[in-house]
Design a protein around this ligand. Structure first.
Ligand code: UTP
Length: 418
């Protein structure tokens, strides 16, 4: 009997997950090997802990522990021409000297968009038919032309979309950007768990796993060697953004210069919520430290609260445009961020080997959120920008925040975005 199988059998017995090997004898040698590798890579103690947390959340709801207070920000439009020029020059110099890198998080599943392939390969219907990846590559190319240096570009993928992402870059000749300045790294996955505590089998030989959320970026950077590479290159500032904002300024010298001047280690761009109920988390402080309170967590009273000028007190939306000093890895260590639970619908194999497609949520998925990192720091610099200039997300297939709205916003800006 093979050693891996014996180990997997012991583990599944110990953690009451024996169903994972129920169809083992029906699998091909290759499928057997993959299943054993999956089982052996699972941290079952962590999964038990997360399952108990999920159950408690479902029963008691989520409640914020801590005191929420407002956080200040600087409004970009209120800066003088001289201030803007000074930030821009400072940022440009940092970029020219190799002290800056861009990071794109592209490991998400893009379930709402429903595109068959990595979200970054999606064509929103521009005349040029650029994919979301190409839009970002174009901005880096422009910076190269302007500054004469290649800005390192790190791209986070997941086990599910890594190969297809790399193939898209290869097929498009890296969009004419320097291939050696583009580095891919893969984020971790976590299994999904049924409401009865059993790990989900999505095929007879496959455990259903999901990417561990954009907050998985810090551990992924450390494990993959990206954090070390950043240090080796002497990069001080990292812009971290998502793949799905077609107006993202992934090399914005004003933001870089603003961060350097701020003396703070972390920063974020914000924009004012459309209305108090927009589905976006907002910047605030929790127990005196920076935090993002989710739209699901904020009370109606807090969401609607205005100051003496009629501005929302908790109205600065977090748009996944953040800047981190490379020293964050020293502060945060390698413990990673806490996981949050999402209750999802997922197809599974039942005890008789039949595939069941549920019509309502049946399993827990666990994700870390990048903004939980903010709470490690005493303060952060927030730059409030305008939606029309910098935020055009592609989330849904149709309607709000869809390819159609993103295309319209992109075209309204012209292609002069950096
Ligand atoms: P979202 O949270 O909007 O998720 O990600 P998504 O995968 O794009 O779409 P849905 O929710 O499944 O419909 C915001 C950004 O964070 C990245 C995404 O790729 C996107 O750029 N992300 C999200 C990751 O890189 N990894 C994750 O595990 C989750």
């Amino acid at each position: 009997m093979n050693e891996k199988f014996i180990k997997a059998q012991e583990l599944t017995k110990k953690y009451d997950q024996e169903h994972l090997l129920a169809f083992y004898n029906e699998l091909s040698a290759c499928e057997q090997e993959n299943l054993l590798d999956q089982i052996l890579s699972i941290d079952f103690d962590l999964m038990n802990e997360l399952f108990l947390q999920a159950k408690a959340e479902m029963e008691g709801g989520t409640e914020i522990k801590g005191e929420i207070t407002p956080i200040g920000c600087v409004e970009k439009s209120a800066l003088s021409a001289n201030e803007l020029k000074a930030y821009e020059e400072k940022g440009r110099k940092i970029m020219k000297d190799g002290g800056f890198a861009a990071v794109t998080m592209a490991g998400g599943q893009g379930t709402r968009l429903g595109h068959n392939g990595p979200k970054g390969t999606y064509d929103i219907g521009l005349e040029s038919h650029m994919s979301l990846f190409e839009i970002q590559a174009m901005r880096l190319k422009k910076k190269k032309e302007e500054l004469g240096v290649n800005i390192p570009w790190y791209i986070m993928t997941s086990k599910e979309n890594d190969a297809a992402t790399k193939a898209h870059f290869e097929a498009n000749n890296y969009f004419g950007y320097d291939k050696d300045s583009i580095m891919f790294f893969v984020q971790c996955m976590l299994p999904m768990i049924h409401t009865n505590g059993k790990v989900v089998l999505c095929e007879k030989g496959k455990i259903k796993e999901g990417a561990d959320g954009h907050g998985g970026i810090f551990t992924a950077m450390i494990k993959s060697g990206v954090a070390a590479d950043i240090k080796k290159r002497g990069v001080n500032w990292l812009f971290v953004g998502g793949i799905d904002n077609v107006l993202v300024r992934l090399c914005d010298p004003v933001f870089v210069g603003y961060m350097e001047e701020s003396g703070k280690m972390i920063g974020g761009k914000s924009l004012i919520k459309r209305d108090p109920y927009e589905k976006a988390g907002v910047f605030c402080k929790k127990d005196g430290k920076p935090y993002v309170i989710e739209y699901t967590e904020i009370s109606k009273e807090m969401a609607e609260m205005v100051d003496e000028n009629g501005q929302y007190v908790y109205g600065d939306a977090h748009i996944l445009c953040n800047m981190f000093n490379s020293k964050v890895f020293d502060v945060m260590g390698d413990k990673g961020l806490p996981y949050h639970t999402a209750f999802k619908k997922t197809a599974y194999i039942d005890e008789n080997g039949n595939e069941i497609t549920p019509d309502k949520p049946n399993a827990y998925k666990f994700e870390a959120f990048i903004f939980d990192a903010f709470n490690f720091f005493d303060d952060m610099a927030i730059l409030r920008i305008t939606r029309e200039e910098e935020f055009a997300p592609v989330k849904n297939k149709e309607g709000e925040d869809s390819p159609a709205t993103a295309k319209a916003l992109y075209e309204a800006c012209g292609e002069e975005i950096y």
